[in-house]
Design a protein around this ligand. Sequence first.
Ligand code: SF4
Length: 360
Amino acid sequence: MTTAPAPTRLWTPSRVLVTRSAAALPHGRQVLERVQAAGVPDVQVLAGDRLPNLRGDGDRAAFMAAKDTLAVVVGAPSKRRLQPIPPSADWRFDLAEGCPAHCQYCYLAGSLTGPPITRVFADLPDVLASLDGYVGRGEVTSGTAERGHEGTTFEASCYTDPLAIEHLTGGLATAITHFGTHDWPGPVQLRATTKFDDVESLLELPHRGRTRLRFSVNAASVARRFEGATSPVPARVAALGRVAEAGYPVGLTIAPIMPVEDWRTEYGELLDSVAAVLPHHADLTVECITHRFTPNSKATLTDWYPRTKLEMDEELRTTKRGKFGAVKHVYPKDVMTELRGWFTDAVERRLPGARFLYWT
Ligand code: SF4
């Protein structure tokens, strides 16, 4: 008999700031009520819409204080114009920006600027109502063939981990319910990825199979060393099994893949643990993302986590240039070929029936 992993302790921020406009909106008020009920010691409704300067003096204490702060704001007007987000989905929209966890490779380090507070958007229902205009306008260039039947895909976890804050916001449940019950002009799918396991509040929602919940997982030693304040991987895998049982399409985001010592054994055990919880009817996709860093993300991460043992050595990597000349440091070709060959084969053998969406 297997024992269910203990649930992860839910995040209680030490400070919550709610702007005046956010407090006037129903979703903003819902978050306010939830953080008060959760016993957050310092909840402030601001007199205006500007957040105070949270940059501090750039020291570690300021970083930790920002990481432990939740702000409830109204999104800037530019947020209403969605951006394409290949290969993950056709379009991205944001429930929030920022995350309270402490992954030492965090991909937000290179993309979000300013102090690392978590901002929740109180105008979420308006954003959801505006998505109709994007249906049928998919622009994904990678993975399209594998999931074309799923319609236009919307990614909600580009800049946050929605499940890390769901107990305080209810935003993911609102989005799932909207996708499941709205009369859409064409087929759609909501996509979200998480390193957390608190799925209880999602199980009974009227999702109608229109939300794919993906769990970001990794080799045990990578998660143990580098993924602070997230749910343990076995708990994420158990959560994947629960939402698959509840009829959700599910996914594995295996990321960031690292060729640690004994990586074949560790990643093999990971895939086997997923196979063990999947119901036979599960609709499972797999996305594989190898570790990479940019000059900007390396600078930010070494500032945030100065004692990190994460390998970010340019000498051990190959440099790739993106569309606009942006530099990325990825594993050399021979390492990539070996990893890719192993994962393609291992997923096929250990998770037959899973759809492999992309490798990067
Ligand atoms: Fe960053 Fe995701 Fe880790 Fe949060 S869970 S710190 S968003 S990598």
